[in-house]
Design a protein around this ligand. Structure first.
Ligand code: COA
Length: 197
């Protein structure tokens, strides 16, 4: 192709917004609701969330603003609240962001409320969100980054079927702190599905 020629038009399916509800083993992924604000605000006050969540949520007002952004559709982002499948209690969050249907790429982000950690919920939520994107769009690569000092997040990546690809030096400023090195993981649409209990 000559440099001044446009790329051929591609017939792309729309990203399905708002996010559809998805079953994910012990959890369910659903759209955020305004009534989630107090549970989200409680989770944001946890030390690990403040350190690694990458969010500047210092007050309930900040939590309202955070939630407001999750309630509005965005062209390149899908946000889900993660709730316990049996009780409906909010246990976390998973999102797909920087969704680029032309390049076929996206990134995944997540957190689990402190009381719900260590039960495999984040891995189930991440796996289900990724499979949804692979099944409904041309995205065939999803990236996941975490600070190297946050190994629990790396374990989530591994359990959710991601492959470690390297170290991104001084690549992200968590919560306004100094820029930190991160590990980069990726999952491809045709990678083997993880075996989650
Ligand atoms: C990271 C986080 C999402 C994990 O949530 P979770 O629901 O407990 O995740 P899972 O139960 O699916 O998996 C956690 C795994 O990490 C392991 N783990 C926990 N702490 C660990 C540590 N310090 N070092 C190594 N592994 C650790 C757990 O044992 C578990 O692995 P296992 O099932 O093999 O035992 C949660 O701790 C969190 O929300 N942290 C704060 C926000 C955050 O870090 N978000 C990710 C930003 S990239």
């Amino acid at each position: 192709m000559q440099p001044d020629q446009s790329p051929p038009a591609v017939d792309l399916p729309p990203v399905d917004l708002p996010p559809v509800e998805l079953e994910a083993g012990p959890v369910r992924l659903r759209a955020w609701r305004p009534t989630d604000v107090d549970d989200a605000w409680t989770a944001f006050q946890d030390e690990r969330m403040r350190r690694w969540g990458g969010l500047l949520v210092d007050s309930r007002e900040d939590a309202v603003a955070w939630l407001d952004r999750r309630l509005r559709p965005a062209p390149d982002r899908l946000n889900w609240a993660v709730v316990d499948a049996a009780t409906g209690v909010l246990v976390g969050s998973v999102n797909l962001h920087a969704v680029d249907l032309v390049e076929g790429q996206a990134m995944v982000g997540y957190w689990t409320a402190p009381a719900a950690r260590g039960r495999g919920l984040a891995a189930h939520a991440v796996d289900t969100a990724c499979r949804r994107l692979f099944d409904t769009t041309p995205v065939d690569r999803i990236e996941l980054c975490h600070a190297i000092a946050n190994p629990a997040s790396g374990r989530v990546a591994e359990k959710a079927g991601f492959t470690w690809e390297g170290r991104l030096r001084r690549s992200h400023r968590y919560g306004g702190g100094p820029k930190l090195d991160q590990f980069l993981w990726a999952r491809l649409a045709d990678d083997p599905a993880p075996l989650l209990g």
